[in-house]
Ligand binder design. Sequence first.
Ligand SMILES: Nc1ncnc2c1ncn2[C@@H]1O[C@H](COP(=O)(O)OP(=O)(O)OP(=O)(O)O)[C@@H](O)[C@H]1O
Ligand SMILES: [Mg+2]
Length: 370
Amino acid sequence: MGNCSFGSAKCANASSSSHSGNSLHGSNISRKRNPINAAGSFSSFENDSTSPSVSLKSFTLNDLKSATKNFRSDSYLGEGGFGVVFKGWIDENSCAPTKPGVGMVVAIKRLRQESFQGHKEWLTEVTYMGQLCHKNLVKLIGYCSESNNKLLVYEYMHKGSLDNHLFKRGSQPLSWAMRVNIAIDVAHGLSFLHSLDTQVIYRDLKASNILIDSEFNAKLSDFGLARNGPTGDMTHVSTRVVGTHGYAAPEYIATGHLSVKSDIYSFGVVLLELLSGRLALHDGRGAMKDTLVDWAMPFLKDRRRMLRIMDTRLEGRYSKKGAYAMAALAMKCLHSDLKVRPNIGEVLVALEQLRLPVKEAAARQICSPG
Ligand SMILES: Nc1ncnc2c1ncn2[C@@H]1O[C@H](COP(=O)(O)OP(=O)(O)OP(=O)(O)O)[C@@H](O)[C@H]1O
Ligand SMILES: [Mg+2]
């Protein structure tokens, strides 16, 4: 990453490469990442000379075709604004493609070729994830770059994304204790990014970018929109507004001023999703107003009515005290005054108090896995 310093968090060095393309991608405004408006200029790495880190494995397209049975539909895991995600198998040591069931399972994200903006995001992802490692960030194992074919190979997250658990019909509801733990994991991931020598603003925090492993640990994925935070006395960086409706902070949408407090706002939205089991953005059905924040705010402000936002799938099995505390924290994170929004350290302190000792959680029957 050029001259950025990641201090002790630095995992590997980047060398150099160039990249171009600046058109916008995506048109599904309700659930997928979207440019919120097209003002200003994208500037994630515009001053940095950068290329994939040496610690990442470089795959050929043929490797990844073999690992996914030629991107066959039965390897399909999901799809987002960037492209389609497939399940694949590689050897743990050599990273050579293997047969399904042999070696290590990975998730392979294939960039939709027509997406110019996606090429930029691919490079941003490779650059950040080649240098950052933390237990609450999804590990990028490698990449493929063969002319217009751009792919990313990640550790496989067995339980998929948080949105599937919270919103998908038929999924097993998450217990209260699991929701608290997920919030804490996400806050740890953000805390890592915000505490680096050169702060990193994640910029795309949302339930679909929070992935869950087999032990229900949560990790942040998708660093395509991440960018370095302000330096010196600056409180924000000015940037084109990108992100996802329903999660992006209002002052960022209005001014393009991006700060770590923009991530805190999005974190507040995720807390509301964990509390309510409702989508951040109105899906066109039901009585909810445009965004979850608009809908929930009157309830959050009135303690007598606050519990009405709680996810009915919890069936009342949650700590009321904990729910009030999480709601109060969400309100602070969503505050319009950036100075009132807590920093991520304060968020973590508040959340850690909600974590129930395992025995107590078991006694209250709110710690059942799955
Ligand atoms: N590392 C992974 N392990 C397992 N499943 C994954 C992994 N990465 C992505 N997926 C699956 O692929 C789906 C699509 O992910 P993707 O990040 O491309 O899109 P998204 O987050 O839904 O939208 P956006 O483009 O706005 O980020 C996820 O919801 C998840 O189910
Ligand atoms: Mg994503």
